[in-house]
Design a protein around this ligand. Sequence first.
Ligand SMILES: [Cu+2]
Length: 120
Amino acid sequence: MKKLIAGFMLLMLILAGCSSGSDYEINLKEAPKYKAGESYPVVIEVMQDGEPVDGLAFAAYLEMAKMDHGSIELDFEDKGNGIYESSVELPMAGEWIANIEGEADGSAFEHVITFEVEKE
Ligand SMILES: [Cu+2]
């Protein structure tokens, strides 16, 4: 029973898309696809009060939701207009979680995005 409750609370945490330290709206604009040996772009958009936020530095740590593939670190390039780009070669399709960690004006922010990777 305890395990069930802990699992449920973890699920709620994921669904709430836990964010802290800022009111950035962080969205995955383009999710990577999967094909063996291929890398795909990962595009993230950051907005605040409806305006794009430029000049942020952050990294994303990708892990699979239901399987242990370790954590894949991605660094993002600021493309301007709230768009940040990276690319990744994933080991498989399925449900992935991106843990985003960054810093703005001396304070840290975090955001969690769950997304589906399709096999190409
Ligand atoms: Cu897997």
